[in-house]
Design a protein around this ligand. Structure first.
Ligand SMILES: C[S@@+](CC[C@H](N)C(=O)[O-])C[C@H]1O[C@@H](n2cnc3c(N)ncnc32)[C@H](O)[C@@H]1O
Length: 209
């Protein structure tokens, strides 16, 4: 596949992500994460692993014209769709493990449903703490353990039986950071101080077929 065709395929995948998965799974969390981050007018916000930007858009509405929002993601298709939806956010290609920003460049760093997919989550946490103001805040959302989500646990069990552990592990992967004590330990090891940790309940809503 040529480079142009590759980008086209990535853009199509990102459009499908925005049309189907954002309303079904991610949309409702943007306001919850923004509330937990206590975003205020004038804040400089970084959204790590922004995808198509649902949380960045929420952040921009809250920080207003005096503030600024930067959305970072390695996915070119994701960033392209994000830029179509909100040209006012600064969309930045990059990896969480090597944030292309100065120390203390942001008042708030937010990230929803990305950390469990990073190759080096500990390094990414150190980077997020580096680029936030010493008095700032990093707010992260990860999924709970798969055992708390019966539909996914059942899917993984069926795949285990019919297709083997490798296929089932793909279903389990998003829930890899579902152990709150482990996540707290990772943050503290990275130099952070956990001020609050909670497990709110959301609802996945897929359209009927
Ligand atoms: C499940 S999506 C979540 C996207 C977005 N936060 C949302 O709520 O819709 C996970 C995102 O993590 C990004 N990602 C994966 N590895 C990453 C890394 N090492 N650094 C930054 N982003 C990464 C992917 O490109 C993808 O957009």
């Amino acid at each position: 596949m040529g480079l142009e065709a590759e980008l086209e395929a990535e853009t199509e995948a990102a459009r499908a992500y925005e049309a189907l998965l954002v309303p079904a799974l991610f949309g409702e969390w943007a306001s919850k994460v923004a509330d937990a981050a206590a975003l205020r007018p004038g804040h400089r916000v970084l959204d790590v692993a922004c995808g198509t930007g649902v949380l960045s858009r929420e952040a921009r509405a809250r920080v207003g014209p005096r503030g600024s929002v930067t959305g970072l993601d390695p996915g070119r298709g994701m960033l392209g769709v994000a830029a179509e939806l909100d040209p006012e956010v600064r969309w930045q290609a990059g990896w969480a493990e090597e944030l292309p920003f100065e120390d203390a460049a942001f008042d708030r760093v937010v990230s929803q449903f990305g950390l469990m997919f990073f190759r080096e989550p500990a390094r990414a946490l150190r980077e997020m703490l580096r680029v936030v103001e010493p008095e700032g805040r990093v707010t992260l959302a990860v999924w709970d353990a798969i055992e708390q989500l019966p539909a996914y646990a059942a899917s993984a069990a069926i795949l285990d039986e019919l297709a083997g552990a490798e296929a089932a592990d793909c279903v389990r992967a998003p829930f890899a950071l579902g152990d709150a004590a482990r996540v707290r330990g990772m943050i503290e090891e990275a130099g952070g101080h956990v001020v609050a940790q909670e497990t709110p309940v959301g609802e996945a809503r897929f359209p009927s077929v």
